[in-house]
Design a protein around this ligand. Structure first.
Ligand SMILES: Nc1ncnc2c1ncn2[C@@H]1O[C@H](COP(=O)(O)OP(=O)(O)O)[C@@H](O)[C@H]1O
Ligand SMILES: O=C(CO)[C@@H](O)[C@H](O)COP(=O)(O)O
Length: 505
């Protein structure tokens, strides 16, 4: 059995995959709190992720009554970019500053300038720095907490930290590392000079984790953890990766021409590439994939984070919220939202705030405000897909994942707004599935090198273990496409008038 863990922004999920039948035989989930402060601060306690992993893993084992000794390997997926700083003893020195934290926007702007603007960033790092990336969080830590900064012994990403808890090893793999902002995504190595500009007092060779290939193991499970869950002592922990990289594997997006779109807390659109994707729009992050390729990606910060905020404001549960959205017509009778509750990454508006527009005495209803929020979040995803250029326009179908993808109404709205067919994978926890598959790939690679009897490529594993759920297949409907063509034009006009973002073609 192979275990996949996904530490998302709102919860940590565990799936246990039987690689012979291809079935998920057990699942567990535990949520974790987000600490939100003034000025865009968004943090989590790394120890909460550990507690959630333990709870979700216990739940999976208990509900399935699976013998834990049948588990051979574990893979961990995690929300990207979060900064986990540890002291010599491996204890967090500060809460993890997350991908959606915008407190460090001034530090990010200063770093971009120091590197020579967008062109300088692209030249040095292969991508343009964004406020969410780890780099500006470290610069902020240096300025705001100099005493703790001086005690930093190790800087990890969320999934690296969980790997460290599982194995005791400080390692990183290329996919997640490429979202730090001090990693050269073209050449796939830490950028020592950029790191030295951000943190001159820290020795990169000491504080940055050792880089490994995606198919390599991070290590073996620590004896205490094996005893805690009743696992065998030889369980391998694979390199794991960022949640988007793992979702790519979990949707079979490991070849050109496929597009995965996630409606999680964030919204992401990504396509796989065998080479570094030269010439992309600077808003596209040329991340590495966690399989040896690249995963150009556009991330918007306000998808289910926005719908959840409006839903909770009205005190609705998910079913009531969905019923409210369904009861309003497309276009929400003229109500529009720019849903930038968390600032926004693409378009690059880290200081932006959310705003409703077009409200009058007739249309100001909960139903219209709920619908407008789902529509606004989805227009942001169309904007993201357009930024992808040829990588996006080549897509004939979107593979849809993340919590929002569970809503049939939202799937139809998205198909209409994008004017593209959408479909979900059978295993909706695609990042956790991808992590489980990568864990198995890591075992197979080891076996191929003579330590065991079997070998299987990642492609063969994805072909065998990733299946689409044809009941979720959704085609764009002409009336919806026409209504949303106008809705999207109105959204772009609003983006232009409120934030100066050109309306484009
Ligand atoms: N049927 C649904 N309709 C709309 N939103 C949903 C639905 N089911 C789940 N969600 C939302 O999905 C979100 C969780 O998505 P998920 O991808 O697990 O997030 P993350 O990985 O960022 O923690 C929650 O905000 C939840 O409200
Ligand atoms: O910052 C990014 C991608 O660059 C986000 O996609 C995070 O990786 C968080 O993902 P979710 O919690 O929304 O899945």
């Amino acid at each position: 059995m192979w275990v996949g863990v996904d530490c998302g922004t709102q919860s940590t999920k565990v799936v246990i995959l039987d690689p012979d039948s291809g079935r998920i035989v057990a699942q567990g989930q535990r949520s974790h709190a987000l600490q939100e402060g003034a000025n865009g601060r968004r943090e989590q306690d790394p120890l909460d992720w550990v507690a959630a992993l333990e709870g979700a893993f216990d739940e999976a084992l208990t509900t399935s009554r699976l013998d834990p000794r049948r588990i051979e390997a574990i893979g961990v997926s995690g929300q990207q970019h979060g900064m986990v700083v540890l002291d010599e003893a491996g204890v967090p020195l500060y809460p993890a500053k997350l991908w959606c934290d915008t407190e460090t926007r001034e530090h990010n702007a200063a770093l971009i300038e120091a590197l020579g603007g967008e062109a300088g960033c692209l030249e040095a790092l292969g991508l343009v720095l964004q406020t969410g990336y780890t780099a500006s969080k470290l610069a902020w830590m240096r300025e705001q907490h100099p005493e703790r900064y001086q005690r930093i012994a190790s800087i990890l990403l969320p999934h690296d930290y969980l790997n460290f808890w599982l194995t005791g090893e400080h390692v990183a793999e290329y996919g997640d590392a490429s979202g730090t902002g001090y990693f050269d995504t073209r050449r796939r190595c830490w950028h020592q000079d950029v790191f030295a500009q951000i943190a001159p007092e820290l020795d990169a060779r000491r504080v940055l984790p050792r880089l490994i290939e995606s198919h390599e193991p991070a290590g073996h499970i620590r004896p205490e953890i094996a005893a805690r869950f009743g696992l065998r002592p030889d369980v391998a922990v694979s390199s794991g990766g960022g949640d988007n990289m793992m979702s790519a594997i979990g949707t079979g997006n490991i070849a050109p021409g496929r597009v995965t779109l996630s409606m999680g807390t964030s919204g992401t659109v990504c396509a796989w590439s065998a080479q570094y994707p030269e010439g992309c729009d600077p808003q596209v992050a040329a991340f590495s994939a966690s399989d040896g390729g690249w995963l150009p990606l556009v991330c918007t910060m306000n998808v289910t984070s926005a719908t959840t905020r409006v839903r909770e404001m009205f005190g609705f549960d998910i079913d009531t919220f969905s019923a409210q959205v369904a009861s309003a017509p497309p276009g929400a009778e003229g109500v529009q939202i720019l849903p930038f509750f968390n600032g926004e990454r693409v378009p690059m508006l880290p200081r932006a705030q959310a705003s409703f527009h077009g409200l009058d005495s007739r249309n100001t209803t909960p139903a219209n405000l709920c619908r407008a929020t789902m529509e606004g979040a989805s227009y942001g995803l169309r904007y993201a897909l357009e930024c992808m250029g040829p990588l996006g326009s080549a897509a004939r179908q979107i593979r849809l994942v993340g919590g929002g993808a569970k809503s049939p109404l939202w799937r139809q709205m998205l198909a209409d707004i994008l004017d593209l067919e959408v479909v979900c994978p059978q295993v909706t926890e695609a990042a956790a599935l991808g992590a489980a598959i990568q864990a198995g790939w890591c075992l197979r690679q080891r076996d191929a090198q003579g330590e065991g009897p079997r070998s299987e490529t990642l492609k063969a594993l994805c072909d065998r273990l990733v299946a689409l759920d044809l009941t979720t297949h959704t085609q764009p409907q002409p009336e919806g496409v026409a209504a949303y063509r106008k809705g999207y034009a109105d959204y772009r006009a609003l983006l232009a008038s409120e934030h100066g973002i050109p309306t484009g073609g």
